[in-house]
Design a protein around this ligand. Sequence first.
Ligand code: RB5
Length: 149
Amino acid sequence: MKIGIAADHGGYELKESLHTFLTSKGYEVQDFGAFELDSADDYPDFVIPLSKAIVSGEVERGIAVCGSGVGASVAANKIKGVRAALINDHFSAHQGVEDDNLNMLCLGGRVTGAMAAQELVTAFLGAEFTGEERHMRRLGKVKDVEDQN
Ligand code: RB5
């Protein structure tokens, strides 16, 4: 599975450690930056290209990190076809995929430690959308709104 990762300065350190972790687990990783720690950089500049790569199929899933994970999730969900959420617990990391077909995990580099992030990422990447009718129906309603706007 090819995974895209992105972070601003608030998530840079965690993104770098997740890059190493994902590579060690055999994932192909595409890094959308930041490529250096720059306290003046802005999360949309990295999260939006990652979001577009998910929609185009260039990467299968994404992991975006900013200081809190909030800005990353807000920005990512502006791109049609992205289903991003800020995740801080193990249950949501896999249930978000199973029920809601989450395709981008957002983390807070100033909130979640490296080991906890590895567990959340593992749960996220190990989960699959069930495709059950009730979930398809709900996602269809979300997509209708997306298509109208
Ligand atoms: C940057 O200082 C910080 O605002 C950003 O990383 C993120 O936390 C926004 O949600």
